[in-house]
Structures are given as C-alpha cells and as structure tokens.
Design a protein around this ligand. Structure first.
Ligand code: GDP
Length: 456
C-alpha cells in the first residue's frame, strides 16, 4: 500500500491561519526537493538535526522566509530523510510551498502516511503507531497518560516477548510433525503449559483493563434520569458549575437529551439529561421517555435523581426497579435535602452496585461527594499514570481471540495430536501478532491509518 520510494509532503500543523505553519517532507528525495527551492545554505550538505534560515523561492519570486529543520535518515520519525519547513502561517503561502514541492517531485501524503512509514520502517510497532493517534486525540490528563504509556511500548513489548517464546514452542511442535511416525515430543508439554498459563494471566488482566482504559479514552456515558421536577437540570448545572440546561418550574420541560461533559480528575463523564420517566401523557413527551429508556440501556452509569420530599417510598422503589439494570452501575441521588425538616429515613435495600447519596442540587450541598462517587464508579483504584491499559477495541478483540486459542491449546495438550496443537498455537500467535503488527494485512493497515489526520 505504500511506495517508500516516493517522497511525501503535507502540512503538519492545523489548516487555517496561524503564526507559523509546518510543512513536512519525508522520503529519499526530501532534502533535494527542499533544497531546490531553498535560498540559503546547501541543505544537501548539512548535518542531521540542524536548523537553517533561508527563503523559499519559485523562480525569482520569493514566497516566504522560513526555517528548515533537517533530519537525515535514519534519524527521523519515519526513518527516512525528513525536512520540516516552518513558514508563516498564511494559507496562501502554505499552499504555494506545498504545490512547489509537488511540482519538484513530491506527492501529497495520505492520512497517517508519515506514521505508516515509521511503522513500516520499524520505528514503531503497530500499537505504538495507534498510540500516536490517541495521543493527538487525547483531551484529558488521563487519556494523554495512557496514550503516552502505549507509545512508549506499553504492553506490546511484553506481548512481543511472550510471543517469541511461544514461537519457539510452535517450531518444536512443527518439528514433531516431521517425525510423526516416531512419536517423539520435542516440546516439553509441562513447560508449554506453564508458558501458556503465564500468557493467559497477562492477557486476562489486559482484557480486564479495557473497561477502565475505554472510560479514560472515550469517556463514560452517564444518564441522568428521574421524574420531572426532581432537579435533574439543576443537578446537571451544579455538576458542571455553569448555567447550561434550561431550568424551569414546569414539569417535563427538559424534553430532549442534552449532552455535556463533566471532567472529574481526568475522566470525562458524558452527562445525558433526559426527558424524565413520568408516564408520558402527550406524544412528544412519549418520544422523550422512550429515548430515556433507550439511553439507559446503552449507558455505562445511571444517575437517578428524585425529590426527597415528593416521592413516596413505593414510587421510589418502583422507579428503581424499572431503571436499575444489572451490570450498569447506578447512583441514587436523593435531591432537595435542603427542604427536609423531618428526618426522612432512606433505609432501603439497594441492589448490588447501587449507591445512594443525599444532596441539594440547588444549594450545591454534597456535590463534591457525589462527584467522588461518580468517579469511583469508573475508577476503582488510584490511578498512577503508569498503568498498562488496553484502550483500543481492536486490541481487545485480538486479546480475546488469543485467549480463546490458548485455552484450546491447554485443553488439547495431552489429548490431541501435535498437528492440532500446532494449529491452535498458530492461531494464538496470529492474534498476538495482530496487536503488535508482527502480522498485518493491507486492509488492517489501511483501516488503522486512514483514521489519522493528514500530516501525521
Ligand atoms: P428537572 O425537571 O428534573 O430537570 O428539575 P429542575 O432541575 O428543572 O428543577 C425543578 C425545580 O426544583 C426547580 O424550581 C429547581 O429550582 C428546584 N430544585 C432543584 N433542585 C433543588 C434542591 O436541591 N433544592 C430545592 N429546594 N429546590 C430544588
């Protein structure tokens, strides 16, 4: 899919006007192509990792004064010759310089093509290349840390080592196939079992880490549900600390869902305010209620808000049994605690995974405590920033398939012939290899890199 003989060019900084724009060239002719239009020192004679001031000219016409940064192969991001030209950030100048480079033999880079080359040239493995995209997209401290950890090798180094050990067993078992008549065992079955148990253990914890990894990378869908006037919009505002949703006295006015993002200690919770769950009387509201139920079924966390003073214990119990679904953590928020004069007892049996807290959304009482409970629902342990977390669904699926194949190997040891064993080990190796990129197909690469931005 990539012809590395070609030199590619793209703007590496965002489109539009900025103080400076950085145009990147990578490929065998990068330095020659830049040098052809660069007035200043002869770039082809300069050392790697040096900066050069000069101007870019199209014939006699001076386009801009620029700084060219030189990276001589293999000491660059792509391991090819790379020149980065920092010019003034006018779209006219940028476009003209790129056109000039293309006229001189470069070709416009495809999305992610620089990183693809870094991968193909062995600078990064596949999961590291994917981490580059995650790092660029990271929008919180936690997601930045997880992406950086993956970029630095994260779990792919570990998997690569285990894969290497498994490859050795695979080849010993292959050898047994050649001596099928003689019934020999070159691969020590106990050692093989031990290795597989070890890999399964590591893979198991990686698979488990996805829930948190995904929460960190993509945020946690959080539905706020409750009857009209329970204080859902007021709570949303209190959590976000701003006047966002329109708060009203007329029951049922928050008809549609509103999404806002609440960041608690680096985790993004996408708050979805809903139309409430009262028996709908008019058609529009019915749609809203239906949507609420749909949202809850797709959610990762439910905040159920009720008015402590209004809702009878029987109605509360009915709402909880209707809304709280097994496997979806829920927080029951007893609101308007500022209005409670008598002691309303909230003694009730709550289903597993359900927390209860009494707050006042209007008076902003217990809001920080509620935030802590929300945070704890996604992050069970203290985050150190050095966790090895799986954040990528592609990796998750490959890990699950590896696990299945390895379990088949374990099952088969001692009972099936070497050729079956060999097949399952090969499957496991295949899926492990898909994570690090030891096994790739053009489709897979196309799929991954087409999601990158141009210039990366
Ligand atoms: P929603 O329909 O569930 O979104 O409810 P709203 O947030 O619109 O609130 C309904 C009414 O209850 C508004 O008049 C709010 O000011 C009031 N309200 C909300 N939370 C509290 C609270 O904690 N204490 C008191 N006293 N009033 C509240």
């Amino acid at each position: 899919m990539a012809n590395k003989e070609e030199t590619i060019v793209a703007l590496a900084t965002p489109n539009g006007t900025g103080a400076i724009g950085v145009i990147r060239l990578s490929g065998p002719d990068a330095i020659i192509i830049a040098n052809d239009v660069f007035k200043g020192k002869d770039l082809t004679k300069q050392a790697s990792h040096t900066l050069h001031y000069g101007s870019i000219t199209d014939g006699d016409f001076v386009l801009d004064e620029v700084v060219a940064s030189l990276f001589v192969a293999p000491r660059s991001y792509t391991r090819e010759n790379v020149v980065e030209v920092s010019c003034h950030g006018s779209s006219y100048i940028i476009e003209s310089i790129i056109k000039l480079f293309i006229k001189n033999g470069a070709r416009a880079a495809k999305p992610g093509e620089f990183t693809l080359r870094a991968f193909l040239n062995g600078q990064l493995d596949l999961s590291q290349a994917e981490a580059v995209a995650d790092l660029i997209a990271s929008n919180s401290k936690a997601s930045q840390q997880v992406a950086l950890q993956q970029l630095r090798g994260g779990f792919s180094n570990q998997l690569q080592q285990l894969r290497d050990q498994l490859v050795q067993f695979a080849s010993l078992i292959e050898l047994e196939l050649d001596f099928a008549e003689e019934d020999v065992e070159f691969a020590n079955r106990d050692q093989l079992k031990k290795l597989i148990h070890q890999i399964i253990k590591i893979i198991g914890s990686l698979i488990q880490s996805f829930e948190l990894g995904n929460a960190i990378k993509n945020g946690v869908n959080t539905v706020i549900a409750g009857r009209p006037n329970a204080g859902k919009s007021t709570l949303l505002n209190a959590l976000l600390n701003e006047e966002r949703a329109i708060v009203s006295h007329i029951p049922g006015t928050t008809r549609d869902t509103i999404e806002e993002v609440l960041n608690i200690k680096g985790i993004n919770f996408r708050l979805i305010d809903t139309a409430g769950i009262r028996e709908a009387t008019d058609a529009i509201e019915q749609v809203g209620v239906q949507r609420t139920m749909e949202k809850i079924s797709q959610t990762a966390l439910l905040l159920y808000v009720f008015d402590l003073n209004e809702l009878s214990p029987a109605d509360l119990a009915a709402d909880i049994s209707q809304l709280v679904k097994p496997g979806i953590p829920a927080i029951i928020v007893a609101n308007k605690a500022d209005l409670v004069y008598g002691n309303r007892s909230l003694d009730m049996r709550l289903p597993d995974g359900v927390e209860l807290i009494m707050i006042s959304a209007k008076e902003k009482q217990q809001i920080e405590e509620l935030k802590q409970i929300i945070y704890n629902s996604a992050v069970k342990d203290q985050l150190t920033g050095h966790e090895t977390l799986v954040t990528n669904i592609r990796h998750l699926e490959a890990l699950q398939k590896t696990e299945e194949a390895l379990l088949r190997v374990l099952d088969g040891i001692g009972s099936v012939t070497s050729d079956f064993l060999s097949m399952d080990i090969k499957q496991a190796l295949h899926y492990l290899g898909e994570i690090t990129g030891a096994v790739t197909t053009d489709d897979l690469l196309e799929n991954i890199f087409s999601k990158f931005c141009i210039g990366k």
